[in-house]
Ligand binder design. Structure first.
Ligand SMILES: Nc1ncnc2c1ncn2[C@@H]1O[C@H](COP(=O)(O)OP(=O)(O)OP(=O)(O)O)[C@@H](O)[C@H]1O
Length: 985
C-alpha cells in the first residue's frame, strides 16, 4: 500500500495530516480537493487508528462515492474500505432510519417516495380540492421548506404566529399551501413512505433526540460542501456531535445547486459554530492546461462580488479553448462528431472515445447530439439525463415490486392496478381510492378484501372490472408469497410478474415500434436483480455493521427486495457500460453540466452557448449560471470546445452568444475553430495527460482515415459549407441541411433572403424575391468562389509581407474563407501584437513546445491574463500554404457514405442516409431543465442497418436494437447493495 502523502503538494499534505479537529479545505477546480479528502480518510485510518466503521464520508453523488471508495481502497485495502460509512447524505441517513427509525415512530420497512410519487400525490390533491396552486410549485415549495429543515408541523406553527402580522391575501395563499403540505404528509404517512427530503429531515429528528445512535462516530468528512443545504448541514453537525471532528472540502465558485436550496453560507456558518476551524487553501490546478484555466477564470471573474482567488496552472499553456460558430444545432452536433473523429485520428490513438465529454445545460439539448452519435455509429453514455429507472417499462415493473414489498404504497397500487389494462377505469380506481380512504384502509387492503370476497365494495364494479381486480390481486399476492418463501429470489420474482402479466406480449402490443429494445431493458433489470440477490448475506447486512446498539431497537434484517428498491430509488448515477467480456466499451459521455460536477475529461465540448441556454431563460440567479459554465469549462484537461449555433434547437429567433462569453475581452481567450494538431502538439497533450506518447508511425497511420486534417469544413462565421448547399441543388439533402426556423429545402432560400434583409448573421446574400435553389446555386458558388479568391489574395499579400520580414496582422491562423474571432463577437477584427522575430522569421515553424521531460509546473498566477496574447503562447502556426482549404466548385459530393441494407431495402432513407438515433424525442419531462420546446423529431431509425454499426449506448430510452445474439447491456452496471459496490469496481 502506497505512502499516503507521496505526490501531494505541501498544502495538500498540511490538510491531510492536520491535527485540527475542524478543517475546511477550500480550493478551485482541479486542485485536488477530492484527492486530499480521500488521502485524509486513509491517513485517519492508517496513521491515527480511527476505525473505518466510525467514519462517515458524505458525497454529493453516488458516482463520487464510488470514486472515493476506489481511491481509499488503494491505501487501506478492500477489507477496511468496505467498512467505511461512505455515500450520499440520503444513503447514510437511510441506514440510520432503517436501524433506529422506530425510536421516532417510523415503522419498519418504510418505502421511499420518489419525485414522481410526490408529484402524483400533490397533483391529485390539487385537482380534488380545486386548489389554485400549481402542483409543481407546491411540490417545489414543500421540498424547499423541508430542505431548510422546516417540516409540515413547524410550517403550520409559524403560520399561526404570523397570522396577525401578515395581510389577508398572503395568509389565504399560505393557508392553501399549508393545507396541501399537510394533506401530502398525511398521504405519505398513510402509504408508509418517506420522500427524499423526509429521509434527511427525519434523520435530523432522530439524531437530535437520540444522540446515542451516533455515539461511535469519530470523524465526519464532506465533499462538495458548497452545495450542502440547511438540513444537510444540520445532519453533518449531528453526525459529528460526539467528537466534533469534521473535514470538509469545497469551492464557493462551484456552488451550482442554489435552486435546490444549497447554501454556500454554510461555510461561514461552520466557522461560527466551531470557532477553531482551520482553513487550508489549495491553489495549484492539476487538471487543465493553462489556456483553459485562463478562459475559465476570465468567466468567473465577471462576478465582481467574489473575493479574488489565486489559481495556478501546473501544466503548460496548451491549446487555446475554442468558441465555434455554426449555423444550427444540428450542424453543431455534426461538427462535434467530426471534431471527435479528427482529434482521435490526429492524436494517433492518444485520445480515445472515452476521453470526450459533451456537457449540456439541459438534458433536452441532447437530442441532436445523440442523433449525431447514432448516425456516426459511435457509442456514448448519458449521465444526468433520462435514466434507466425512468424508462416506462422499468418504472412499471419497479412499481409492481414496490407494491409486493410494501402493499401500503397506495400511489404505486393506483398506478399499476390497470396497467396492463384490466378493464378497471380511472373513475373506478378513483372511487376505490376514496372508499379506501373513507374506511381507513389502504387501497391494497380494500382490493384484497374485495378480491377475497371479504368486503362488498360500495364502488360499482362491472363484471370485467371485478375480474380485473381478482387478477391484480393474484399477481401481487403470488409475488408476496414467492418472496416470503425465497427472499433472495429477486429474478424469479420478476419472472413471475412477467409471466402473470404476459409482459412481452403487452410490450409488443403497446409499443410495436420498439418493443424489442424495451424487452432488452427488462432483461437488463433481471440481470441486475440476479446480481443483487447473489450478494453474500454478510454484504447485505453490512450497512448495519458497527452501528451502536440502542435500547428499544434491534437489528432488523432488511430484505433483499427492500434493499434493492431503496438502491433503485436513490440511484442517481450510472455505471460504465460493460462489454460482453466484462471489459469496458469505449464510449463518449453526454452529461448535463450539473451532473459533470467533480468529474474530468481530456476533451470537453459545451454546446448551445447562447443566451437562454446559458444563462438559462428560467434561471433566477445569473451568478449561479455563470458558475455552472465555469464548472463545465474546468472539467476539461487539454481541449475545451464551446459552440454556438446561430439557431438554437428551440428558437425561431437568431441566437445570441451567451453574455458570459461575449463580455469585452473574452474573445482573446478563444480560437474560432478547432485546433490544428501537429505531432509536437500530440506530445504536449500526452505530457499534460501524463500518458505515453504515441509514435510518429501511429500518428501517421491513424491520420490516414481522415478526410481533412483541419477544422475547415464549416465556415467559422456560421455560414453553410458549399457542400451542404450543393445537396439542396441535387435534391440530396436530408434534414441536416440548412434550416432557418421551420423552413427547409427550396423555401430555405426565400427564408435566407428574408434573414439577409433582416441582417441575421449567417444568411447568405441573394437578390430578393422568390428564387429556387437551382437558380441560385450557381450564384452562391460564384460568390463563394469570389470570397475564396479574395481571401487567397489577402493571404498571398500577408505571406509576401512575412517574407519581407513584416509580421502578419493578427496572431492566429485563419482558415481559408473564414472570418476572424472578432467577427464571431460581431466586432471588427483587432490587430494583435506583433510576433517577435523568432516566431516570424520562419513562418512555417511551429512554436517550440517544451520537451516532455520539462517540469509541468508553471508558477505564473492565472490572474495575470495580460500575457495570453504573447506569441510564445501560440499553440500552432502551420505553414500558411498548408492551411489553404481548397473549395472545389464542382462536383460536390456527399461526404457521408451511402449505406444500404441488403436485407431491407427500406433501410435506406429517402436521401440515402442512415439515421441511427438511439433516442427518440422524449415525451416525458422529468426535471426543471426539461421543458424546453422541442424541435421536430429526427428521421425515423431504420433498424435493418444496425448490424453494420457499433450501437450507441445510452441511458435514454432507445430505439436501437443490438443484434439479437448480442448480450444487451444497456449502459447500467449491475445493481448491488451499496455496501458491496465498492468492492468490485
Ligand atoms: N499533488 C498532485 N499531483 C498530481 N496530480 C494531482 C495532485 N493533486 C490532484 N491531482 C490530480 O488533479 C486532478 C483533479 O483532482 P481532484 O478531482 O481531486 O480535484 P478537485 O479539486 O476535487 O476538483 P473539482 O473541484 O473540479 O471537482 C485529478 O486527476 C487528480 O489526480
Amino acid at each position: 500500500m502506497g505512502d499516503i502523502l507521496y505526490g501531494l503538494n505541501s498544502a495538500q499534505r498540511t490538510a491531510v495530516s492536520s491535527e485540527a479537529e475542524v478543517l475546511q479545505v477550500l480550493a478551485p477546480p482541479g486542485s485536488g480537493k477530492t484527492k486530499t479528502l480521500t488521502s485524509r480518510v486513509a491517513h485517519l485510518i492508517r496513521e491515527r487508528s480511527f476505525k473505518p466503521w466510525n467514519i462517515i464520508v458524505c458525497t454529493f453523488t453516488v458516482k463520487a462515492a464510488r470514486e472515493m471508495q476506489e481511491r481509499i481502497r488503494a491505501f487501506v485495502g478492500e477489507e477496511l474500505e468496505k467498512k467505511l460509512r461512505i455515500g450520499t447524505f440520503h444513503k447514510i441517513a437511510l441506514i440510520y432510519l432503517r436501524r433506529y427509525g422506530k425510536l421516532i415512530g417510523i415503522p419498519d420497512n418504510f418505502g421511499v417516495a420518489d419525485t414522481n410519487d410526490s408529484m402524483r400525490i400533490i397533483t391529485r390533491m390539487v385537482k380534488e380540492h380545486k386548489f389554485s396552486l400549481e402542483p409543481k410549485v407546491a411540490r417545489d415549495r414543500i421540498s424547499r421548506s423541508k430542505a431548510q429543515g422546516i417540516d409540515c408541523e413547524q410550517f403550520l406553527a409559524t403560520l399561526q404566529q404570523k397570522k396577525s402580522s401578515v395581510g389577508q391575501n398572503a395568509i389565504a395563499e399560505k393557508q392553501e399551501f399549508a393545507e396541501i403540505f399537510s394533506m401530502y404528509q398525511t398521504q405519505l404517512d398513510r402509504c408508509n413512505l418517506l420522500d427524499f427530503d423526509d429521509i434527511l429531515l427525519r434523520c435530523v429528528d432522530l439524531l437530535r433526540r437520540n444522540p446515542e445512535c451516533v455515539s461511535n462516530i469519530e470523524a465526519v468528512l464532506v465533499d462538495e460542501f458548497q452545495d450542502t443545504n440547511g438540513v444537510q448541514y444540520e445532519l453533518m453537525s449531528l453526525f459529528a456531535q460526539q467528537r466534533s471532528f469534521i473535514t470538509i472540502v469545497g469551492d464557493p465558485d462551484q456552488s451550482i445547486y442554489g435552486w435546490r436550496s444549497a447554501d454556500v453560507k454554510n461555510l461561514g456558518r461552520m466557522k461560527i459554530q466551531w470557532r477553531d476551524t482551520l482553513t487550508v487553501n489549495l491553489e495549484e490546478n492539476y487538471r487543465s492546461s493553462g489556456a483553459i484555466l485562463r478562459a475559465a477564470q476570465k468567466v468567473i471573474e465577471q462576478d465582481e462580488t467574489r473575493p479574488p482567488k489565486q489559481l495556478q496552472a501546473t501544466h503548460s499553456i496548451g491549446q487555446r479553448p475554442v468558441l465555434r460558430k455554426l449555423p444550427t444545432a444540428k450542424a453543431e452536433a455534426d461538427w462535434i462528431i467530426a471534431e471527435i473523429k479528427r482529434l482521435m485520428a490526429l492524436s494517433g490513438g492518444l485520445l480515445k472515445l472515452t476521453d470526450f465529454a459533451i456537457l449540456l445545460r439541459t438534458a433536452s439539448l441532447s437530442r441532436n447530439i445523440e442523433a449525431a452519435f447514432g448516425k456516426a455509429g459511435m457509442a456514448y453514455r448519458m449521465i444526468g439525463g433520462k435514466k434507466f429507472y425512468d424508462r416506462v417499462e422499468i418504472k412499471l415493473l419497479i412499481d409492481y415490486l414496490r407494491v409486493i414489498d410494501q402493499p401500503a404504497h397506495s400511489e404505486a397500487v393506483e398506478r399499476i392496478i390497470n396497467e396492463p389494462s384490466r378493464k378497471i377505469g380511472d373513475k373506478t380506481t378513483e372511487s376505490l381510492l376514496k372508499e379506501a380512504q373513507g374506511t381507513g384502509q389502504t387501497l391494497w387492503d380494500l382490493v384484497r378484501r374485495i378480491a377475497q370476497g371479504h368486503q362488498k365494495s360500495s364502488t360499482k364494479l362491472t363484471t370485467p372490472a371485478m375480474k380485473g381486480i381478482e387478477q391484480f390481486h393474484d399477481v401481487i399476492a403470488s409475488g408476496r408469497k414467492r418472496i416470503e418463501k425465497e427472499p433472495t429470489g429477486l429474478a424469479d420474482l420478476i419472472n413471475l410478474i412477467l409471466n402473470k402479466l404476459s409482459f412481452q406480449s403487452y410490450l409488443k402490443q403497446k409499443y410495436p415500434e420498439d418493443h424489442e429494445s424495451r424487452w432488452a431493458n427488462v432483461e437488463e433489470l433481471i440481470a441486475q436483480a440476479t446480481d443483487a440477490s447473489n450478494q453474500p448475506p454478510e454484504q447485505l447486512s453490512l450497512d448495519d455493521e458497527g452501528l451502536p446498539s440502542v435500547d428499544g431497537t434491534e437489528v432488523i434484517e432488511q430484505s433483499p427486495l427492500t434493499s434493492f428498491l431503496a438502491n433503485v430509488a436513490l440511484s442517481a448515477a450510472t455505471d460504465q457500460k460493460q462489454g460482453e467480456g466484462g471489459d469496458e466499451v469505449a464510449q463518449a459521455t453526454v452529461s448535463t453540466l450539473h451532473a459533470a460536477k467533480g468529474l474530468e475529461w481530456p476533451v470537453v465540448f459545451i454546446p448551445a452557448c447562447y443566451k437562454g441556454s446559458i444563462p438559462h431563460s428560467r434561471a433566477d440567479d445569473n451568478d449561479e449560471e455563470r458558475r455552472l459554465l465555469y464548472v463545465g469549462m474546468t472539467r476539461a484537461q487539454v481541449i475545451l470546445n464551446m459552440t454556438f449555433p446561430l439557431k438554437g434547437s428551440s428558437q425561431n429567433e437568431g441566437a445570441e452568444l451567451s453574455p458570459f462569453l461575449s463580455e469585452h475581452g473574452m474573445n482573446n481567450f478563444f480560437e474560432e475553430h478547432g485546433p490544428s494538431i501537429s505531432e509536437r502538439d500530440v506530445h504536449a497533450l500526452a505530457n499534460t495527460l501524463g500518458r505515453d506518447q504515441p509514435t510518429m508511425e501511429a500518428i501517421a497511420e491513424s491520420k490516414k482515415s481522415l478526410e481533412r486534417d483541419e477544422d475547415n469544413y464549416w465556415p467559422v462565421n456560421g455560414e453553410w459549407p458549399l457542400e451542404e448547399l450543393a445537396k439542396f441543388n441535387n435534391g440530396q439533402a436530408d434534414d441536416s441541411g440548412p434550416v432557418y426556423g421551420n423552413t427547409r429545402a427550396a423555401s430555405w432560400v426565400t427564408a435566407s433572403v428574408t434573414m439577409q434583409q433582416e441582417g441575421v448573421q449567417g444568411a447568405t446574400s441573394f437578390s430578393s424575391g422568390f428564387v429556387s435553389v437551382k437558380q441560385n446555386y450557381s450564384k452562391i458558388m460564384e460568390e463563394q468562389e469570389e470570397k475564396r479568391l479574395k481571401a487567397l489574395d489577402r493571404r498571398a499579400a500577408e505571406q509576401e509581407k512575412v517574407s519581407q520580414g513584416q509580421a502578419p496582422k493578427g496572431r492566429k491562423r485563419q482558415i481559408e474563407g473564414q472570418g476572424s474571432i472578432a467577427s464571431f463577437f460581431g466586432k471588427k477584427p483587432r490587430s494583435g501584437p506583433e510576433l517577435d522575430k523568432s516566431s516570424t522569421s520562419n513562418p512555417s515553424t511551429t512554436r517550440p513546445l517544451p520537451p516532455a521531460s520539462l517540469p509541468r509546473t508553471s508558477s505564473a498566477p492565472l490572474r495575470d491574463v495580460s500575457n495570453i496574447n504573447k506569441p510564445s503562447e501560440l499553440t500552432s502556426s502551420k505553414p500558411l500554404d498548408s492551411l489553404q482549404h481548397r473549395v472545389s466548385a464542382a462536383p460536390l459530393q456527399r461526404r457521408r457514405p451511402l449505406l444500404h441494407s441488403s436485407s431491407d431495402p427500406t433501410a435506406k432513407t429517402d436521401h440515402g442516409y442512415v439515421f441511427l438515433s438511439s433516442s427518440p424525442p422524449q415525451p416525458e419531462k422529468d426535471d426543471k431543465d426539461e421543458d424546453e420546446p422541442a424541435e421536430a423529431g429526427p428521421p425515423a431509425f431504420t433498424k435493418a442497418l444496425v448490424g453494420s454499426f457499433k450501437p450507441a449506448s445510452t441511458f435514454h430510452s432507445t430505439t436501437m436494437q443490438s443484434a439479437p445474439t448480442q448480450r444487451r447491456t444497456l449502459g447500467l452496471g449491475r445493481m448491488k447493495p451499496w455496501s458491496a459496490r465498492g468492492g468490485k469496481r
